[in-house]
Design a protein around this ligand. Structure first.
Ligand code: SF4
Length: 288
């Protein structure tokens, strides 16, 4: 069978050997954290670290927007992975307090970016082929904004490399991939506008939780006369009903009727870490 080569002309098995060599070089003797999500890329990192023979711990930082299938898959197949929950409120209460996360105020990812203390290096399943943003922002080895070191051992792998590796070792994968999902990540992410309708239909219970949170936020906004303690206007009230506001949010990722597509967004802090499918043009998907 013909094997895919990368830009350096490497065959699949050579890429695996190179990824393992990278892990050995950068991680041996270090306190290693694997950022794990149950997605195919982080699975590769987990199993490559095992093959490299380095000691590591894998951690899944939950933000409460994850599909239940993803959580269940990790629980069933990776019992050694720990779940980190950095939030203090239920999702409904946090939405009631802050409003739905928007393209300009993505508090949903904040808890993902709290540094896990006690590690020298984090292994991430970032691949350059996933998006233009990842290709431009990430290297095989570097420092994250919090100054901690990271290694992306499969940075130069294609999607096909990933599946070839997992399948060659009969490693199970999350059932969402069998439904046609090419990546798994947050449900109704405000940045992944084209995926929101699909998510809303696929996970109506999660969409309902989000709507319940918005309704609570709405009641709070009304009780405060439409102005927050800091003098900020609750723009959601301009829609007249929570239903109309929620529909607008699903279509645009914004709870303001003044939303303009060309307005600058804050970069998703979480984008590019192997969890999010919201970080820009999907290079691998072009033309498929
Ligand atoms: S990927 Fe989207 S929903 Fe998930 S944490 Fe980032 S901005 Fe929020």
């Amino acid at each position: 069978m013909k094997q895919e080569t990368n830009q350096a002309g490497l065959l699949g098995f050579e890429k695996i050997a190179l990824a393992i060599a990278r892990i050995k070089n950068y991680c041996s003797g270090k306190r290693v954290l694997v950022a794990f999500s149950g997605g195919k890329d982080s699975q590769c990192c987990y199993h490559l670290c095992r093959e490299a023979g380095v000691d590591f711990h894998a951690e899944f930082t939950v933000c409460r927007f994850e599909p239940p299938e993803q959580i269940n898959f990790v629980r069933e197949h990776y019992p050694d992975v720990t779940f980190r929950r950095n939030y203090k409120m239920t999702l409904v209460d946090e939405i009631a307090y802050r409003g739905l996360p928007s393209r300009w105020a993505r508090w949903c990812c904040n808890n993902k970016h709290v540094k896990t203390d006690g590690y020298d290096i984090t292994v991430l399943g970032v691949r350059a082929a996933e998006s233009a943003k990842r290709r431009d922002s990430w290297r095989m080895f570097g420092q994250k904004p919090d100054r901690t070191f990271y290694l992306a051992p499969i940075i130069d792998w294609t999607e096909e490399d990933v599946w070839n590796y997992l399948n060659s070792r009969s490693i199970p994968h999350c059932c969402l991939y069998d439904e046609g999902f090419r990546r798994i990540g947050c449900v109704c992410c405000p940045l992944a506008i084209t995926k929101k309708k699909r998510d809303w239909e696929r996970w109506p219970k999660i969409a309902n939780v989000l709507f319940l949170g918005l309704k609570k936020h709405w009641r709070k906004a009304e009780s405060m006369g439409g102005i927050s303690k800091s003098g900020r206007e609750f723009t959601c009230l301009k829609f007249g009903t929570p239903e109309k506001c929620f529909k607008h949010w699903l279509l645009t990722g914004s709870t303001s009727p003044d939303y303009k597509p060309e307005m600058d967004e804050l970069p998703c802090m979480f984008a590019g870490t192997g969890f999010s499918e919201s970080d820009g043009v999907h290079v691998e998907g072009i033309g498929e």
